[in-house]
Every structure is written in C-alpha cells, then in structure tokens.
Design a protein around this ligand. Structure first.
Ligand SMILES: *Cc1c(COP(=O)(O)O)cnc(C)c1O
Length: 381
C-alpha cells in the first residue's frame, strides 16, 4: 500500500538544490530562482503577479497588508482552517470575525458572512478547505457590493477549479499558496501570493522585503518584515511545480473512485468532486460518530482523523487570555458562536489522508472499513 504521507520528491529536486548551492547565490534578492518561480506560477494561474515568500502564513500576512486594514478593522473568515489564516490578521492589529460554515463541506457560508458585514469590515478571507472550492463567486459579489477585499487562502487548494472556470485564487483580489511539507507540493516551507492588482502586488513585495524599495537606494518608506523565499526553496519549488498537474490528476483519479464506491453507503455525505484538488479526503457523517469511525480506520492502518482541529478557531484557547503583552487590544468580548462549525469539528467531519501515490487497492481498503463501520449490525435494523 502507498505510504500515506508519500511525497513526490526525487532527482529533479536534488538537481535543483545542487544547482543553487554550486551557483554560490542562496538569496533571492540577487538570484534568479525565486523570480523564475514567480513567473511560472503567474503563468500557470494566468495572473499578472506572483510574489514568493517564506511560508503560507507569510503569504496570508502579505494579503492582509494588501487589504490595508486600519487597527481595529475587521476581517471575516472561517473557524475551520489552519491558524495561519488568522495569525496575520492579529499581526496587523485587525480583528478576526468568524462566520459559520456550510455543513456540507465546511467552507464559509456566504449568508453567514453577509450577516457579519459592518462598518469596520475591511476584508473577507475564504479558505478552500481540503481542496474543495469555496463559494468564491458569491463572496466576490459580497466583497464588491460592500467595497471589501476578498482573499482566497489556497494553501490546501493548488489547482482547485471554480464552478465558473478558473483556478481558486483568481476569483478574489489576492490568492495565497503554501509550500509547507504536507501540502500538494513542498519545499519544506514556502508561500506565494497571486494577484492582478498592481498596487497590491507592490505593497506585498515591499512588505516581504522590510519595506525596502531596492530601486530607491537604502531607504524605507513603509513597514515590512523579512519574508523572502530563499533560492534553495525556490529551486525545489520549481521542480515541484512541474510535477503539480500530475500530482493533482492522480489524487483526483483515486478520490473519484472512492466517491463512486461510497455512493451506496447510507449515513454519509460525500464530497462533490467538481474542481476538488483533494488535499485530504473529507466525509461528513450527518448523524455524528466521526471520532469512532476515524478510530476504526486508524485501526485498519488507514490514517484518518475526526474534526481536523481540536476545536474550531472561534473556540481556540488563544481568545481566553491576553494576546499582546497583557492586552488583547483591539479585540473586545468573546468570539461569536459558529454552531455548524462546532458540530462538524466535534461530531460529523471525518478526514482521510490522501496523496498522489494512493492506488485502487488503497481505495478498496478504505471502502471496506467504511462499510463495516457504517452499516448497522443485523440486530440494530
Ligand atoms: C498550511 C495552511 C496555512 C499556513 O501555511 P504555512 O505554509 O504552514 O504557513 C494557511 N492556511 C491553510 C488553509 C493551510 O492549510
């Protein structure tokens, strides 16, 4: 059976790393690899700008910078995501506001988002959870209607396709990507933002390089950190990018087999395969019981987890105490409830690890355990 955490790393990545080391230039300020990676990602996504940086979290920080909230402005986002979606909002002294999700797939519910839009709202950050397309079209309409920036966190959604055509990351003003160890493709850590907006691109590029406009000498016009990607990361990422279409196609092939095989099973809500990039394989058990089924899968040697998080981020322990020194300014009050997200994480969401090396044999093994776990014994019928 395939290694569940299998990565597609080989001679191409070794050659890329060697090429950089032998060149003697490891910094992207003077090297060629990061700029080449940016060109290749921009071409793949059909956008004007791609900006490389040190992680997916850094990319999300750049996206918040592009949205330019004043301190205390609000950014609406989802409680079912990696904390990297939320930390950059706090870093810019903006306030995360969690909207509830669609219980079918755990992605933001546009109606829940709309109810939370107020005078301080500056942006919406949507996440294409597990690689399933979020309702980016509806969220873009909301953003345009209210003058907000729409950020799409595509860390789990490389080459996810949107219903109207185009890749996830191109419906909003800024899309963000991650190259962390366990994403579709990796260079250990790394990130990119994509955008068609020239001014946002410039703001993000400056912030990633200490606010230093290198064309203007040694002068600092704005706030920035050092979020530069190294040449080593970029060269490995370029080798990985060349493999990305094959990686996603292979994940789609086996995931669709699993969806087909589970169609006869009662008590599960299957993911919609349309456009899905299958970072993980999520299932919803509307009647609950996901922790037990996850345990049965693990007992059979199939890596799987219930809920994805210990608790949705609106219930994370960080909100119980100070965030900056002894203060939580500008945050006030407790985080609002998100009942759908809370029920998903506690009871109904089951995620099965997935990767491009999975085979029909692996699909079969998952099917066997799920039918056993979810078909009631004769006595219970
Ligand atoms: C991984 C991830 C991030 C953070 O990316 P890093 O590269 O780990 O910093 C942000 N959002 C989502 C949805 C992720 O899965």
């Amino acid at each position: 059976m395939a290694e569940p955490d299998g990565r597609t790393l080989g001679d191409e990545e070794v050659a890329a790393a060697e090429r950089v080391i032998r060149s003697g230039m490891l910094s992207s300020v003077w090297g060629t690899e990061a700029r080449a990676l940016e060109g290749e990602v921009a071409a793949m996504y059909g956008v004007r700008h791609a900006i490389s940086c040190s992680s997916g979290t850094a990319a999300l920080h750049l996206a918040v910078v592009a949205a330019a909230p004043d301190p205390g402005d609000e950014i609406i986002t989802t409680p079912i995501t990696d904390f990297g979606t939320v930390a950059p909002i706090l870093a810019q002294n903006a306030v995360p506001v969690f909207a509830d999700v669609d219980p079918a797939d755990g992605n933001l519910d546009p109606e829940a988002v709309e109810r939370l839009i107020g005078p301080r709202t500056k942006a919406i950050t949507a996440v294409h959870l597990f690689g399933a397309p979020a309702k980016a079209g509806a969220l873009r309409e909301l953003a345009d209607e209210h003058g907000l920036t729409l950020v799409e966190d595509c860390a789990q959604a490389w080459l996810t396709e949107l219903p109207g055509g185009g890749y996830a990351g191109t419906a909003g003003h800024v899309g963000t990507l991650s190259l962390q160890q366990w994403k579709h493709i990796t260079c250990g850590d790394g990130g990119l933002t994509i955008t068609d907006d020239d001014a946002m691109a410039r703001a993000m590029r400056l912030f990633a390089d200490k606010g230093w406009d290198r064309a203007a000498g040694r002068s600092h016009a704005g706030l920035g950190l050092n979020y530069r990607m190294t040449e080593l990361q970029a060269a490995v990422a370029r080798a990985q990018l060349a493999k990305l279409p094959g990686v996603v196609a292979s994940r789609r092939g086996t995931a669709v087999q699993l969806v087909e095989a589970l169609k006869g099973l009662d008590g599960v809500r299957l993911p919609r395969p349309d456009g899905h990039a299958w970072w993980l394989f999520p299932l919803v058990l509307p009647g609950g019981g996901a922790p037990g089924v996850a345990a049965e899968l693990r007992q059979a040697g199939i890596p799987a987890r219930a809920g994805y998080l210990n608790e949705p981020l609106n219930r994370a322990p960080i909100w119980d105490g100070p965030i900056y020194g002894r203060s939580r300014y500008p945050l006030t009050g407790p985080m609002a409830a998100c009942p759908q997200a809370e029920r998903m994480v506690a009871e109904t969401l089951l995620v099965i690890d997935w990767n491009e090396h999975y085979t029909a044999e692996h699909v079969e093994a998952v099917v066997t355990v799920l039918y056993q776990a979810l078909t009631p014994p004769p006595s219970a019928r």
